[in-house]
Design a protein around this ligand. Structure first.
Ligand code: GAL
Length: 429
């Protein structure tokens, strides 16, 4: 299924592309070296503002120290989870106008780019930098296809975390240190919060609703049942998924009515910070926002795995690529070298709320939350995030997002389930 072009054809094609776009790279990507890097390196991400940009800035600072002769060109396109960036990037790649490096999620999303023959093989880069042994084997597996490895991971995020406002919980008579164990118990807590006149659950539009749905699927079906949705072994049209959709409908009933008009995750998390809502289910990039806004864990906010998902780590990892036809492959390799390094990972992840993918990075000054995430990642069952490109290809996620978003309006359980089933049949391998 994976398209390959011969080495010779690949080099010839690359030469043509470079000539066509007049890029500074005379040297083919495989012969380019980070130590020869100069000029601009254009890096495409969706870390355009707020705490996410702060994370990127921390990484760029290390890059500037590592490679003072290379200028970082920030090509970020705003929109959490790449909601705008991915289509912009797709158009640029299609037009033969790739950046020097772009952000892609480890797992199915990366596979899309590999299948489309848009990425350089970084196996020799891994060997030269002795990287394989520095990343968790599970993660390296998700980055490897047919024995080749195509990107350098910058971090590991967790998508099944609830962030809660301590005062709001106390006011409703809920012990912030004792989260509910399952969805039923959690909904009972939400009833108590509703009775105080506060919004129980904050969510924003589009992808944040998909991430909430993903969490409810995981809590309802368990790790095995959830995993089975992606390989066809769990029946999308079965009774268990009906129950999960009913639970999702109930969860939505506790959310802010203006959810579709909140453009991104940060305004939803902000509702919890402001005490206007009790809970927000969000990836642990939210930890970065709490920390940067000066909120204190245990005092202002608490966090816990989404009830019903304790012991499961809903995983995603950002990684960076060297696209075929990149104008400055040596500059891209310099960028990838900083990203893979223990220093780059420590500086970036400390600010980003995630945990380093590089296990040799120093984390003693990381937050309490991040230390708990490191421990959990080491012992929990790992599953792949739906909303963040780990579980399914972009086309599957897009179709599913449309169906979930429609459900937010019509609450038609049968229609959602049959759409999800049809989408699953179309894409499951
Ligand atoms: C994820 C990404 C995270 C964070 C989040 C919110 O897809 O992996 O690093 O940026 O979106 O934008």
């Amino acid at each position: 299924m994976r398209r390959r072009i011969s080495m010779l054809a690949g080099v010839a094609a690359l030469g043509l592309t470079l000539a066509a776009c007049g890029g500074g790279g005379e040297t083919p990507a495989e012969d380019s070296n980070a130590q020869d890097a100069s000029g601009n390196v254009g890096v495409f991400t969706w870390w355009a503002d707020g705490s996410e940009k702060a994370g990127l800035d921390a990484l760029v600072k290390v890059f500037g120290t590592d490679y003072p002769d290379v200028t970082f060109d920030n090509l970020a396109v705003a929109g959490g989870a790449g909601s705008q960036a991915k289509s912009v990037l797709a158009a640029q790649l299609k037009a033969g106008n790739p950046p020097d490096s772009f952000q892609a999620h480890a797992g199915a999303e990366l596979q899309d780019y590999i299948d489309a023959d848009q990425l350089e093989d970084l196996s020799s880069f891994y060997t030269d930098n002795d990287l394989t042994a520095q990343f968790p084997a599970d993660l390296v597996d998700r980055l490897t296809v047919d024995g080749k490895i195509y990107s350098v991971p910058s971090n590991i995020h967790r998508a099944n975390v609830v962030w809660a406002n301590v005062e709001v919980l106390k006011k409703a008579g809920i012990d912030p240190e004792k989260p509910a164990e399952d969805l039923e118990g959690w909904f009972a807590d939400m009833d108590k919060i509703k009775a105080t006149g506060t919004i129980p659950l904050a969510v924003a539009g589009s992808w944040t609703q998909v991430q909430l749905f993903e969490n409810i699927l995981l809590a309802s079906l368990g790790a095995e049942g959830y995993n089975g949705l992606w390989d066809g072994s769990t029946d999308w049209k079965g009774a268990e998924v009906t129950d999960a959709i009913k639970a999702y409908e109930k969860a939505l009933s506790y959310t802010n009515t203006d959810r579709d008009s909140l453009s991104d995750w940060a305004p939803a998390t902000q509702l919890v910070q402001d005490g206007a809502a009790a809970y927000n289910v969000m990836g642990d990039w939210a930890e970065a926002k709490f920390a940067q806004d000066g909120d204190k864990p245990g005092v202002d906010y608490v966090y816990f795995p989404t009830p019903g998902t304790e012991g499961v780590f809903d995983f995603l990892a950002d990684s960076f690529t060297l696209p075929k036809g990149a104008p400055n492959p040596a500059g891209a390799k310099a960028w990838l070298t900083t990203i893979g390094s223990a220093e780059g990972q420590a500086a970036f992840n400390k600010v980003k709320g995630s945990i380093p993918a590089n296990t040799t990075a120093k984390t003693d000054d990381f937050s309490e939350y991040q230390k708990s995430a490191i421990a959990d990642f080491g012992q929990d069952t790992i599953v792949s995030s739906l909303a963040h490109g780990a579980a399914v290809p972009v086309a599957w996620l897009n179709d599913l997002s449309t169906a979930v978003s429609k459900f937010g309006g019509d609450k038609d359980i049968d229609t959602l389930q049959s759409s999800l089933g049809d989408i699953g049949e179309k894409f499951a391998k």
